[in-house]
Design a protein around this ligand. Structure first.
Ligand SMILES: Cc1ncc(COP(=O)(O)O)c(C=O)c1O
Length: 281
């Protein structure tokens, strides 16, 4: 496997980063997760824009348009057509004589840029929503959920909690409103309509998959979604780059609808696939 590190493609076992890197010490960086289908990248413009936004928010100067060269080069080097691609940019490693744990770096740093890709299902293999169980949990994360920070300790804690309860995932809720999963956005089917939490109603990530489903022909409405609505939904779905569309068939131990993957999830998966096809480049 070849990975990308600071301008070079190198075998994974030869890619090394300093233990003093601010990504390792502080979780000080931004990441992206992308998908390629049939050798073409899904919604690359969305990812470039979100990465640029996150880097700007944490005041990390790195040109996010480099994603346009790095991702195809990485796929080519690994001869992968259907893949998940991960890229992270950290604020870098303090050099000799520079403070190693200063919150504010005491001099200019070169960002550390690392990316890898792994095989993932084809678009055709992603059309059937998987059935999952989920539990709700009060959102104990920070208030900047729109930033795709590499500091994912709270998301990991939530996923571990779900695992301890033998559930597949957590759906975060805050002040009676539905947020998101630990790596997905939420869509519910309520009285025949699809609804997803509005970005300004809760602190969540503006998922690229969410954006694609909203701009497609699925007719989703973005508005605040209450926990009460989540509980009486006919179907609850999770959408994300790797997940695509999953159907939550059990929520907090009770069946959602008839407890099976429902028609809204299947339709959403088809609509998403159509929207992805139109956005491949
Ligand atoms: C917390 C969170 N919400 C939502 C998503 C879904 O975003 P996307 O569709 O861009 O993968 C992710 C993806 O990693 C995530 O980590």
């Amino acid at each position: 496997m070849l990975v990308y590190l600071n301008g070079s493609l190198v075998p994974a076992e030869q890619a090394t980063v300093s233990t003093f890197d601010r990504g390792f010490i502080f979780g000080d960086g931004i990441y992206e997760g992308l998908r390629a289908f049939g050798g073409r990248i899904r919604a690359l413009d969305h990812h470039v824009a979100r990465l640029a936004g996150g880097l700007h928010e944490i005041r990390l100067a790195w040109d996010a348009t480099q994603l346009r060269q790095i991702v195809p080069a990485l796929l080519d080097a690994n001869q992968l057509d259907d893949a998940f691609i991960y890229l992270q940019v950290t604020r870098g490693t303090p050099g000799p004589g520079q403070a190693r744990r200063a919150r504010v770096p005491d001099g200019p740093l070169a960002p550390t840029v690392f990316a890898f890709c792994v095989p993932a299902p084809t678009l055709e293999q992603s059309l059937e929503p998987a059935g999952k169980s989920a539990m709700t949990a009060e959102d104990f994360r920070w208030q900047r959920g729109h930033i795709k920070s590499i500091s994912l300790g709270a998301n990991v804690m939530a996923a571990l909690m779900a695992d301890e309860h033998r559930e597949d995932d957590v759906i975060f809720v805050r002040d009676g409103l539905v947020g998101e999963g630990t790596s997905t956005n939420v869509v519910i089917s309520l009285d025949g309509h699809l609804v997803t939490p509005a970005l300004d109603s809760v602190s969540i990530l503006p998922g690229v998959t969410r954006a694609l489903t909203l701009s497609g022909r699925s007719g989703i409405e973005a508005r605040p979604v209450t926990v009460a609505e989540l509980r009486r939904a006919d179907e609850v779905m999770l959408v994300g780059t790797l997940t695509m569309v999953a159907s939550v068939v059990r929520l907090d131990g009770a069946p959602v609808g008839d407890g099976c993957v429902g028609p809204a999830a299947c339709d959403l998966a088809q609509a998403l696939a159509a929207q992805i096809r139109a956005n491949l480049r």
